[in-house]
Design a protein around this ligand. Structure first.
Ligand code: BF8
Length: 680
């Protein structure tokens, strides 16, 4: 027996094949490097451990101690009545719906708690309690004030005059914070949606009352013995998801823009190759930009650069991972070092002097990897600590943000001399233009004399742009890193669909060089290429982090408002996608897109396959209520084609399919032109 045990522990652990793990050469090189050094990564763990077959189907219920009750769908399917039940009698539909909306609760809580934290810092800034934060974008402050019911003008001696900016900021902070827990009413931002969509929500009873309440109610309704009707359960999921997209996430985006500046297009790079061997490399990772904004300022200060030089480095190279990366990329041009799946690899370069993490998408294994190198792993958020003893916790407080940031940057510089392992930084990196948003799309694609969405709409109507796609979301170690992201995006732009990206999809596209205006000539269909060339934009517009998916909702609303493409988001030739999703946040995002009228396709898998009736309800029946619906398609080419088919269906309904046919003739003309140009 003992020998048997020994034999099994001696069994060689299954290792990942680097080439099969990623399409990105830097990632392949670093996985191989990790294996050479004997450092385990997520890729090896994915090779060694299979996902649970019942959990994948969404039909494992562990909401009470009589279970877990496991209700997998038999391989042969079910003919006739589905008699599967948990001990309490819960059906697979109830179980899958409960699990699904608990995922929404998790995702909505993550985005919204991030938003709350920003709102609290905003309040400190409005009260002038912190020297680190002030109102940077007054224009944006004024533009959001009206949506929160804050007056921007006051009457003095019978005359309307501008209200004091500090007073406006203070009231905006109060009204915003109120959105998390107000006792009566509905979320104020819901009225930013097109009127018909707002009316649909009202009629269906899904207007969120406040952000926290909708999340709490999910936890209540999914407790044993409460809500046992999958339609009623998903209705509450809808309410919480809307509280995320049009509430917590949108407030996070807006308040960050006011505090740190609304992003405008900015050039940068992406991938592990941005790290520099002769510089102090500091990587910020996570999601909240409140501390990383200050780290950027401190790391760029003369004092710290001189200090780094005094320690033998040529300077300080900042980089980001995950959505903190996207936040500081879009406002400062700081390059992302990689996506979610590359976080361990950044440390394995041996050149990461400090990795500073805040919240969400942070592997606990970073601590184990950091142990093998000199890297200081620093947690900064009170709600996100790690149990390993090599992790340093420097708790961030907005009241002494500069002090915290200085301590962190100095610690990284002091650590530069401690590099032990041989440094290996892959050469690969992509060039990118990021920092797009509702405002810059209006500017770039607007009319000649005034910013508006009319020109974008015109180009959609005349068929040069076939439609708009939001392609967003994570990496997932169960699929080849970045393969589906890039294949879906390339297939869409090849077919003249302009892509709006956020999150790790944005980073993946940047690594592959898809975020430059020059890309249009190489990868786009002729109509989209022409538009991109004319206005000088990339065919894939990077709109920021995952809370910035709210920018996509507002851009879609602006397109509706500009006219000519129907009266609701669900009328637009548009579709959404998360080809490599993995997080609960992705489910919340997917669901608020669906509930906002968008056909939304996920790759990998959906945790509903074990409950065919519930699955069918969210993939087919929801369209009748909100105009949007879920779909699942793991094959990336087919995934993109389904989106294009939906876009074409919407073009037809709008009566603009014929204009597209005319452009198809232009395509042939253009090919002829190109052929004759090449011959010449
Ligand atoms: O919030 S895309 S892996 S980093 S969850 Fe995480 Fe997914 Fe990346 Fe940003 Ni969004």
């Amino acid at each position: 027996m003992a020998e048997e045990k020994k034999a099994s522990s001696d069994k060689i652990k299954k290792m990942a094949d680097p080439m099969a793990c990623s399409i990105d050469e830097a990632t392949q090189e670093m996985i191989a490097r990790a294996q050479e050094l004997g450092v385990e990564t997520v890729f090896d763990r994915a090779a060694a451990m299979k996902p649970c077959n019942i959990g994948v189907q969404g039909t494992c219920c562990k909401n009470c101690a009589m279970g877990p009750c496991r209700l997998p769908l038999p391989k042969s399917g079910i003919e006739g009545e589905d008699t599967r039940k948990g001990l309490c009698g819960a059906t697979p539909n109830t179980i899958a719906a409960r699990n699904f909306i608990r995922m929404i609760a998790g995702g909505a809580a993550a985005h919204s708690d991030h938003g709350r934290c920003v709102a609290e810092v905003f309040m400190s800034a409005a009260r002038k309690e912190s020297d680190a934060y002030k109102i940077k974008d007054e224009f944006k402050l004024l533009s959001i004030a009206s949506h929160l019911g804050v007056e921007t003008m006051v009457e003095v001696d019978g005359e309307k005059v501008d209200r004091d900016m500090n007073e406006i900021a203070l009231e905006v902070a109060e009204k915003a914070l109120n959105e998390w827990g107000k006792p009566v009413g509905e979320l104020l931002y819901m009225k930013r949606a097109p009127q018909p969509l707002y009316e649909k929500w009202k009629k269906s009873g899904v207007l969120p009352r406040n952000i926290d309440r909708e999340i709490v109610e999910i936890m209540h309704r999914t407790h044993i013995g409460v809500d046992q009707d999958f339609k009623n359960l998903i209705k509450q999921g809808t309410r919480a998801a809307l509280a995320d997209g049009w509430g917590g996430s949108m407030l996070a985006t807006d308040l960050q823009d006011v505090l740190f500046g609304t992003p405008y297009p900015i050039q940068s790079e992406a991938n592990l190759g941005v790290m520099k061997e002769d510089h102090v490399n500091i990587i910020v990772h996570g999601h909240e930009p409140v501390l990383s904004e200050i780290i950027v300022a401190v790391a760029q200060s003369r004092e710290m650069i001189d200090y780094a030089k005094s320690k033998g480095a040529k300077g300080i190279q900042l980089g980001g991972i995950c959505c903190t990366a996207n936040e500081i990329l879009q406002r400062h041009g700081v390059p992302p070092v990689g996506t979610f799946l590359q976080q361990e690899l950044a440390i394995i370069t041996g050149a990461c002097d400090a990795m500073v993490v805040d919240i969400q998408c942070i592997f606990q294994n970073l601590a184990n990897v950091a142990k093998c190198f000199h890297t200081k792993l620093i947690t900064t958020h009170p709600i996100a600590r790690m149990e390993q003893d090599n992790v340093i916790h420097i708790e961030f407080d907005e009241h002494h943000a500069f002090e915290d940031a200085r301590r962190i940057v100095k610690m990284a510089i002091d650590n530069f001399k401690n590099r032990s392992a041989e440094v290996m930084i892959p050469k690969h990196k992509g060039v990118q233009v990021a920092g797009f948003g509702v405002e810059s799309i209006e500017y770039h694609l607007g009319g000649t004399f005034r910013g508006s969405y009319y020109t974008l709409n015109d180009n959609i109507i005349n068929g040069r742009i076939r439609g708009v796609a939001g392609v967003v979301g994570c990496n997932n170690a169960r699929t080849k890193h970045n393969e589906a992201h890039i294949t879906v995006v390339k297939e869409l732009i090849k077919n003249d669909v302009i892509v709006l990206t956020t999150g790790c999809n944005g980073i993946a596209c940047a690594m592959e060089g898809l975020l430059t205006p020059e890309t249009a000539q190489v990868f786009c269909g002729p109509g989209l290429a022409e538009v991109c060339e004319t206005v000088g934009i990339p065919p894939v517009l990077h709109l920021g982090s995952c809370v910035d998916n709210s920018r996509i909702l507002l851009a879609a609303t602006e397109v509706v408002k500009a006219g000519g493409l129907g009266s609701d988001i669900s009328d637009l030739p548009a579709a959404g996608s998360a080809p490599e999703w993995m997080s609960e946040k992705a489910i919340s995002i997917g669901h608020y897109f669906v509930a906002s009228g968008v056909y939304t396709v996920f790759g990998v898998t959906l945790p509903t396959s074990g409950a065919p009736v519930f699955h069918d309800y969210i993939c087919n029946e929801l369209e009748k209520i909100y105009g949007g619906m879920w779909d699942i398609e793991p094959d990336p080419v087919e995934h993109a084609r389904k989106m294009i088919a939906h876009i074409d269906k919407k073009r037809k309904a709008l009566g603009i399919d014929r204009t597209r046919e005319r452009v198809l003739m232009d395509m042939a003309d253009r090919r002829d032109m190109e052929a004759s140009y090449q011959k010449a």
